[in-house]
Design a protein around this ligand. Sequence first.
Ligand SMILES: Cc1cc2nc3c(=O)[nH]c(=O)nc-3n(C[C@H](O)[C@H](O)[C@H](O)COP(=O)(O)OP(=O)(O)OC[C@H]3O[C@@H](n4cnc5c(N)ncnc54)[C@H](O)[C@@H]3O)c2cc1C
Length: 404
Amino acid sequence: MAVATTPYQEKTDEQKAICEMVRQFADEQILPNAAHYDSADEYPEPIVEQMKELGLFGVTIPEEYGGMGLDLTTYVMIVEELSRGWISISGVINTHFIGSYLLMKFGSDAQKQKYLPRMATGEIRAAFSLSEPELGSDVQAIKTSAKKLDDGRYEINGQKMWVTNGLMSSLVFVLVKTDPEADPRHKGFTCFIAEKEAGVSENTGDHAGLTVPPKIKKLGYKGVESTELVFDGYKCPAGNILGGEDAGLNKGFAQMMDALEVGRANVAARGVGIAQRALELALRYSQERKTFGKQIAEHQAIQFKLADMATQVEAARLLTHKAARMKDAGERSDLEAGMAKLFASEAGRFCVEESFRIHGGYGYSKEYEIERLYRDAPLLLIGEGTSEIQRMVIGKKLLQRNKI
Ligand SMILES: Cc1cc2nc3c(=O)[nH]c(=O)nc-3n(C[C@H](O)[C@H](O)[C@H](O)COP(=O)(O)OP(=O)(O)OC[C@H]3O[C@@H](n4cnc5c(N)ncnc54)[C@H](O)[C@@H]3O)c2cc1C
């Protein structure tokens, strides 16, 4: 047997310190207030303000632009802690993180200088928009289009759907069709950085032609808004094509798919966070509740549930960290990010349901936190690609990597 030379460590000292800080924030600020914002479906502004102060909008943005300059692995650890508190809070920074990733990887120097410093502080926040009323999984079916005008600007027309942070964002990274004749279709899409006014439904002036209808009423994932976006003659400068017009025109599909890879590691971390919280609630309740003269935790059937939940949490966390570490090492991690997203989102649903069962009738009451988790968890099965789509990605990549 090999002799261990270094003790096993899941996190570096820096990662431990940051995670402890975010866990304390979740325990003191998010968990005690989540029920209020959830039941009122109200934007958790005071929590968001504190997140700005903690620098959480700039975790992965380089220090030269005012961010913390941390890697994806540390970011997913932070997202797990926030999601353990409430997945809507991680939803506020999720699309912002994807937007900053797109800028860091594909943005021109001018775009980075213009947006990243204000994104790092949370002064301006970003949304990410692919989906439309008639499509989600089939991104190449996008109909929203942009046409170049004589004055050099582009006019965008069409309707987007399910835009997280659709109202409160100031920037929307939006994928639209710019070459209807392109074959294959994915070579005809461009990512625009559409500027808008935060918190305003009818944009005017430079942003006229972009309307944000009232937020969509949802099963869970409350507090953070999901909206449609209606582009009707919205004019966007050519300089707002991601990467600039020369480098970015008709390159948007590949850019957005690259961003989805990190987005999937991010959603996986949210699955780990909600699963972890469901396990904690089950561990506590099962030692408080008694049936047949003993704690329900003493019944083997309940212990087996706890064992399965804890095993799923641990496996989901390891897959998520692996996907993030590979990306940080500069390796392709599409397969691993797909596996992490699939497994961790399903683990989230599984652990929440098991914890709900352990709570018996009380799990159905709004007095108990597990009721909120039960409504929140299913989102993770859908956003950033459904479980069916993850299996398609994993299967395709497996065959590519193992071609005979
Ligand atoms: C709360 C919320 C927030 C969201 N936020 C955003 C956001 O910020 N930005 C954004 O762009 N989008 C966002 N979305 C949209 C989300 O990404 C889509 O809902 C998701 O990709 C699924 O698309 P769809 O709803 O159109 O389902 P469809 O694509 O219509 O799929 C319907 C069903 O068919 C299955 N299916 C589809 N194609 C196949 C296939 N080829 N093989 C097998 N099964 C298949 C799916 O898995 C699913 O079960 C959000 C959604 C929700 C609910």
